[in-house]
Design a protein around this ligand. Structure first.
Ligand SMILES: Cc1cc2nc3c(=O)[nH]c(=O)nc-3n(C[C@H](O)[C@H](O)[C@H](O)COP(=O)(O)OP(=O)(O)OC[C@H]3O[C@@H](n4cnc5c(N)ncnc54)[C@H](O)[C@@H]3O)c2cc1C
Length: 603
């Protein structure tokens, strides 16, 4: 079987770089320790090798289809989801008394990484079901929890998030699905939702949709949106299922993630469709954000994992493909000498290092973000607020960097395959197609960038950014103890000054009320900031590796640690300098993208 990820790197990131053990001192996580986490990771890997990776390609070649009113799915999916339920992978972060195992998000995300590297189609079904069960758990009354959560967590029923409508994608304030109050306290739901992931398929006997809708007479905009639980089938006392008029009318034919169903649902067109309000009326979008924030980190992890798998495939290919000869110092090539392997060519090594820098940097920031989520959960008082602020700030970055730069990483991997990269017999084209959705769903890159600059950076007078700077300073202080790392500390500090300069230029526009100019280059700001955040991750990794080398730590071989320091240097040479160019764009006051009434630039 091809190598699709690196367990050593994952375990090293968890244990050495992000000290997951810090979490085990909290009462909530006291049943976990390094050994039990190791076993969990190894179990996830064994199961992925057996069930996820072998059908990755089949799921693409035999995609979900709408046939006779049903959505086809891979024949193994039902067995996999059932086992996911039985073995406690769905809802593992929930409390013990809710059927979960109080697993830290950091550990759950690490296991997800393994599943997603093996097959980026299947974990979405598990994640959406867990996410929607989480909403019911948080906002639902006991009766709803008892009715839905056990079957969802058992992997028998699927869960979904239903936000998007044909006229309301990025702008959810425009949704029109309606909810009409009934005498018994329930609501009649009417409307349609498009692009619903896992919204219907043969591997589950029922679907529990978490639907955003407007109660009749609710105000326009987001304040009029409420959240409802709407099952495809209502379950009677005797366990019988009655159709609830949630009709599946099509499956979207997609360029990637073709084994992961994406359906068009119509609610209540041919008969009554019953839904139950959860949480407060008018707070539906706010409640849904609980699921969306988690889903954004999941999407970032799926992107990092998809690009990670592509990296390992192209690395293997580069080690096996002979082509050309090494250039001798004389500048000549000796035709009598045998061909060299392409991994020996500097340009191929550049592409491999770029992939490694992007995918391992992405994995690192995702684990750090997950750890902040755990700490925000278990800490109290000011510390809780601080971790929450860090989580909020990093979420759009942890979603966007892996999904945007992951595309670039896979593109370079595909290039390493030469012409074969373009051919369907070889795997890179599938990763390339699969990752493309990840900068689109769960909020496009444009929307994430507006969120980062317009909300997260400015919240509480920049408190989140200051906290991040504190975290970065802790790493630069530690790195400065090592002579070899000092130049990189200086370079990172310079890049941080660039972010400050960009903000110094942009924030006065917001203060003047010129929001369009303030946000016009939000995506450039995202690029710059996430580049610096990943540099911070690489310096943190290099510092940990250096420490292990200096102290003679033999957990991993010396060449493992050296490769991390080498990749950090690559990142600082090839990636981080781009911050200066982006700063120049941001500081340039020529407003070329803002619509001016009398200028038609697209002639
Ligand atoms: C495979 C797939 C699975 C999906 N799964 C789900 C799901 O499970 N549940 C669900 O509810 N939805 C789902 N979606 C929907 C997805 O979240 C939306 O497609 C996405 O939010 C973008 O909405 P849109 O397609 O309407 O594009 P639009 O909102 O029309 O955006 C088009 C372009 O305009 C830009 N844009 C829009 N508004 C602004 C603005 N104010 N400022 C700057 N730029 C802007 C966007 O960034 C984008 O580049 C899925 C979509 C796909 C394709």
């Amino acid at each position: 079987m091809a190598k699709y990820m690196c367990m050593d790197t994952l375990k090293w990131l968890l244990n050495d770089v992000h000290s997951v053990e810090d979490l085990f001192k909290y009462e909530r996580y006291q049943d976990y320790d390094k050994d039990s986490v190791d076993i969990l990771l190894d179990t996830a890997k064994t199961w992925s090798d057996q069930e996820f990776y072998p059908i990755f390609r089949e799921m693409d070649e035999n995609p979900c289809k709408f046939v006779d009113g049903e959505i086809t799915s891979h024949p193994n999916l039902k067995r996999i989801l059932k086992k996911a339920g039985e073995d406690g992978w769905i809802g593992n972060i929930f409390d013990y008394d809710e059927g979960g195992s109080q697993m830290p998000h950091t550990v759950a995300n690490a296991t997800n990484h393994i599943f997603q590297c093996a097959n980026n189609h299947i974990p979405g079904y598990m994640g959406l079901t867990a996410g929607s069960a989480d909403l019911i758990r948080t906002f639902g009354v006991q009766e709803l929890k008892d009715k839905y959560m056990p079957k969802m967590m058992a992997g028998e029923w699927g869960g979904t998030m239903c936000l998007t409508e044909p006229q309301a994608g990025s702008s959810l304030s425009d949704i029109t699905t309606s909810a009409t109050p009934q005498a018994d306290g329930s609501f009649k739901i009417s409307g349609q939702k498009i692009f619903i992931s896992g919204g219907d398929h043969q591997a589950a006997s029922n679907f529990v949709h978490l639907v955003l809708a407007r109660i009749d007479g609710a105000p326009a905009g987001t304040k009029g949106i409420s959240l409802f639980v709407v099952p495809k089938h209502m379950e009677g006392e005797d366990g019988s299922l009655t159709y609830n008029n949630v009709e599946t009318i099509s499956e979207f034919e997609k360029m990637g993630q073709r084994g992961y169903a994406t359906v068009h649902l119509v609610f209540g067109e041919k008969g009554d469709c019953v839904g139950h309000l959860i949480g407060q009326e008018g707070k539906g979008l706010k409640h849904m954000f609980k699921m969306m924030n988690g889903a954004r980190i999941d999407v970032g992890m799926t992107a990092a994992s998809t690009a990670m798998a592509a990296y390992h495939h192209s690395l293997q290919y580069a080690k096996e493909r002979p082509q050309g000869r090494k250039i001798e110092n004389s500048g000549k090539k000796d035709p009598n000498q045998g061909q060299t392997l392409i991994i020996n060519h500097p340009d191929v090594r550049r592409m491999l290092l770029l992939q490694k820098a992007i995918v391992e940097g992405s994995l690192s920031i995702l684990l750090e973000t997950a750890k902040y989520s755990d700490l925000a959960h278990v800490e109290e008082g000011d510390a809780k607020d601080e971790y929450h602020l860090l989580l909020e700030l990093l979420t759009p970055i942890a979603k966007t960097y892996p999904s945007e730069k992951g595309q670039e990483a896979i593109n370079n991997g595909l290039q390493i395959y030469g012409g074969y990269g373009f051919c369907m017999d070889f795997p890179l084209q599938q990763y390339y197609r699969d990752i493309r959705i990840m900068s689109l769903y769960e909020g496009t890159t444009g929307i994430q960038s507006l969120d980062l600059l317009g909300r997260k950076v400015t919240a509480q007078n920049g408190a989140a950014l200051q906290l991040l700077m504190k975290k970065i300073t802790e790493v630069t202080d530690e790195a400065s103890n090592h002579e070899e790392l000092k130049p990189y500390v200086a370079q990172l500090n310079k890049s941080l000054e660039s972010v400050q300069r960009a903000l110094g230029y942009l924030l006065p526009m917001a203060m003047k009320g010129d929001y369009e100019s303030f946000l016009a280059d939000a995506t450039a700001f995202m690029s710059m900031t996430s580049n610096v955040v990943i540099a911070y991750q690489w310096l943190k990794m290099a510092t940990s590796a250096k420490h292990s080398l200096v102290t003679g730590d033999t957990t991993y071989q010396a060449k493992f640690y050296e490769s991390k320091i080498h990749t950090m240097k690559f990142y600082f040479k090839y990636e981080l300098p781009q911050v200066r160019a982006i700063l120049a764009t941001i500081l340039n006051d020529d407003e070329l993208t803002i619509l001016k009434e009398d200028v038609d630039v697209f002639v």
